[in-house]
Design a protein around this ligand. Structure first.
Ligand SMILES: NC(=O)c1ccc[n+]([C@@H]2O[C@H](COP(=O)([O-])OP(=O)(O)OC[C@H]3O[C@@H](n4cnc5c(N)ncnc54)[C@H](OP(=O)(O)O)[C@@H]3O)[C@@H](O)[C@H]2O)c1
Length: 308
């Protein structure tokens, strides 16, 4: 256990920083559940899928290529269905929606796990900053395309991050979604993770407004050493790996909160919440701004319509 784990202990749920994905699902039988996860082939996604299939779920394993999805499925065993979802390409995301629909199974959960972090140079996709587009817009197309496949009490879990705390002071930069006024790799990542958080808040609000039992939650998994760090510079990478044992979670610990959010019975009452360390967490003021969340939803709909 890391020093952070020793200090933080457990919270109201009975779980905490050092809980693992296997630990939070102990005793749960997920046979008959169908769960879709993006980014199934690496880091938290792979561990999430491993534990879900171990508990009996069927996992729609989404990766950027069929080869990656199939290899990840083979690695974890159990029942997985490989699907392709390249989030930076709306045509691929829509094809994924069609492919999943084609299987005719209702989804008990969709876990929006895939993500990219801290691209050193400003890059654009369809005129929008790449991290915002990939992490947020890609998942928006996927989830909204599959909403009618979600079971009546189905869950949408969106990977955000405590990095949302360092998003621009004004929150979502509606006037700078191209990042042409200013670009920083970390700032753009934080901005995209704030968008992930607000997407979950607004989706949860819409579910509640419709009187549905469906839920949407946002997750901060903790700091974990995964392939996500590939764009870190040498100094950051050195610090991360050297001090890692003190403050990082292991991958099984890192996957715990999203697995808890997707399948634990207790989480049904946490619609619209920001979850961290397998408990309800506290976001920034912008991260709880319902008006900003509504505006982001409408702006994203506009972006997506424009792409069609
Ligand atoms: N690790 C942390 O400390 C940490 C902290 C806070 C939040 N998070 C969040 O946790 C999530 C999982 O991250 P991780 O740490 O497990 O990172 P990871 O090991 O790098 O996994 C990221 C996954 O996303 C996939 N992906 C990247 N770009 C994609 C695209 N354009 N289309 C579809 N899939 C794409 C990757 O596929 P390829 O392998 O093919 O590139 C990979 O499967 C991310 O959303 C991240 O923001 C992580």
């Amino acid at each position: 256990m890391s020093i952070s784990g020793l200090i933080k202990g457990s919270g109201a749920s009975g779980f905490g920083w050092s809980s693992t994905a296997a630990g939070v699902t102990e005793g749960l039988d997920l046979t008959g559940r169908n769960i879709l996860i993006t980014g199934c082939n690496s880091g938290l996604g792979l561990e999430t899928m491993r534990v879900l299939v171990e508990r009996g779920a069927t996992v729609f394993a989404a990766a950027r290529s069929r080869e990656k999805a199939e290899a990840a499925g083979a690695e974890v065993g159990g029942e997985t269905i490989a699907v392709v979802c390249e989030l930076s390409d709306p045509t691929s995301v829509r094809a994924c929606v069609d492919e999943v629909r084609g299987h005719g199974r209702r989804l008990d959960a969709i876990i929006c796990n895939a993500g990219i972090m801290a691209l050193p140079e400003r890059e654009l996709l369809f005129g929008y900053e790449k991290q915002f587009f990939t992490n947020h817009v890609g998942h928006f197309i996927l989830v909204t395309g599959l909403l009618d496949q979600l079971t009546d009490d189905g869950r949408v879990v969106v990977l955000s991050s405590d990095a949302h705390r360092t998003a621009p002071r004004a929150g979502i930069e509606f006037g700078n979604l191209t990042a042409e006024k200013s670009y920083g790799g970390w700032k753009a990542y934080s901005h995209s993770k704030l968008a992930n958080l607000l997407f979950a808040r607004e989706l949860g609000r819409r579910f509640a407004e419709a009187g549905s039992k469906r839920t949407a939650t946002a997750v901060h998994p903790g700091p974990i050493d995964t392939n996500l760090t590939r764009h870190m510079n040498a100094v950051a990478r050195f610090t991360w790996t050297t001090l890692g044992p003190l403050f990082l979670k292991s991958v099984p610990e890192g996957a715990a909160t999203q697995v808890w959010a997707a399948v634990h019975p207790d989480v049904a009452r946490h619609n619209g919440e920001y979850l961290a360390d397998c408990n309800v967490g506290k976001s920034t003021k912008n991260g709880a701004d319902a008006e900003m969340a509504r505006r982001l939803w409408e702006e994203t709909e506009r972006i997506v319509e424009q792409l069609a």
